[in-house]
Design a binder for this molecule. Structure first.
Ligand code: CAA
Length: 256
């Protein structure tokens, strides 16, 4: 099976899905989000696939966020739709998948990239990875569930600091925070992800689907997700959004 901008390999009941849009550090545009949606839907129905490993192509980036060039000229309604469609097609969808997704974070996991890793069920990071939610540097907030899932994973204080500062943390800090389960050398990342997948394969797939559903019943779909979408959209009409996105595209620091 083929999906645009994705590589799919299936071996021993483990699928490896690699996002490949390296000219933009694997940033998520509309096409990649749709392709990932289609791949998740397809993988859910494959009886010979029990675990999925999600990673980024190249050694630099897992995913560097939503595609800033694509949304820089959006208005409020388009901004809110970007967030709502992203949740529906990809972030909520992967969180609700029938089988476990392991994010193998091979480099930058920023904005929508970290949000994608957080929507997966487990995360392993290369020691070279850098993680963050830098949206406030663009005059935005995370719009793909980050305001909710980061708080769940690292606690409110650390999540607030990461979002308010727009800073990046290194992989050992991410492990200490509980944002990733493990940190390994970059050249061992896929092998360690495979061994974790192998440990999952020994257990019941039907029980895995039920674990995911039971955990999600407590953590997914709360009122904060809707508030995030509305607030994300509202920021598209602000002067800070115009300045933040122009500054990124002009390769300069924003002045707020
Ligand atoms: N969107 C679009 N293009 C991106 C991108 C993104 N998120 N991230 C990187 N790129 C592009 C760059 O524009 C650049 O393209 P050109 O070669 O055509 O100029 C190319 O990828 C390589 O990037 P850099 O030259 O910037 O590489 P660097 O090594 O100097 O910096 C980086 C790497 C620190 C990751 C930097 O690229 C960066 O800060 N990227 C943006 C990170 C970010 O703000 N992500 C959040 C996006 S908003 C979001 O995700 C909203 C949401 O929640 C819904």
């Amino acid at each position: 099976m083929e999906f645009p901008h994705l590589h799919l390999a299936i071996e021993n009941r483990v699928a490896t899905l690699t996002i490949d849009r390296q000219k933009a550090l694997n940033a998520l545009n509309k096409e990649v989000i749709q392709a990932l949606h289609d791949a998740i839907e397809w993988l859910d129905e494959q009886a010979d696939v029990r675990v999925v490993i999600l990673t980024g192509a190249g050694e630099k980036s897992f995913v560097a966020g939503a595609d800033i060039a694509e949304f820089a000229s959006f208005n409020e309604a388009q901004g809110e739709a970007l967030s709502a469609d992203g949740h529906r097609l990809l972030f909520d969808r992967i969180a609700a998948a029938k089988k476990p997704y392991i994010a193998a974070i091979n480099g930058y996991a920023l904005g929508g990239g970290l949000e994608l890793a957080m929507a997966c069920h487990v995360r392993i990071a290369a020691d070279t990875a850098r993680l963050g939610l830098p949206e406030t540097s663009l005059g935005l907030i995370p719009g793909y569930g980050g305001t909710q899932r980061l708080v769940q994973l690292v606690g409110k204080g650390r999540a607030m600091e990461m979002m308010l500062s727009a800073g990046m943390i290194d992989a050992p800090t991410a492990e200490r925070y509980g944002l990733v389960n493990k940190v390994v050398a970059l050249d061992e990342l896929m092998q360690v992800a495979q061994s974790m997948a192998a440990s999952f394969l020994k257990q019941s797939g039907q029980a895995h689907a039920a674990v995911i559903q039971a955990v999600n019943a407590a953590t997914e779909g709360g009122p904060g997700f809707g508030a995030e979408q509305n607030l994300f959209g509202a920021l598209f009409s602000t002067a800070d959004f115009a300045e933040g996105t122009s500054a990124f595209l002009e390769k300069r620091k924003p002045s707020f």
